[in-house]
Design a protein around this ligand. Sequence first.
Ligand code: 9UX
Length: 93
Amino acid sequence: MTDRIQLGLTDVSASAAAPASVVNEELLVTGMTCAHCVASVREELSEIDGVEAVSVDLVAGGTSHVTVHSATPLDDDALTAAIEEAGYTRVSA
Ligand code: 9UX
């Protein structure tokens, strides 16, 4: 499958202002195939302290690109754990 769905930024902060995130970490994730998968991943990542927004470039049946926008430095293990909790697999480049 070659479906590519660009899902825009979701602001998870209470503020209406666009986040000026200092950290923008791109993760590679396999196993995501639909918009519900995207919602699950976004939900888990959003629970991490400092995370302001999560953008997902879904590649169904392939490697999706998930970018985490944060106000503070991110713990890499926490990112991996969040992906796994959502039910997907983080892979390295
Ligand atoms: Mo629906 Mo996405 O089972 O895995 S959540 S395809």
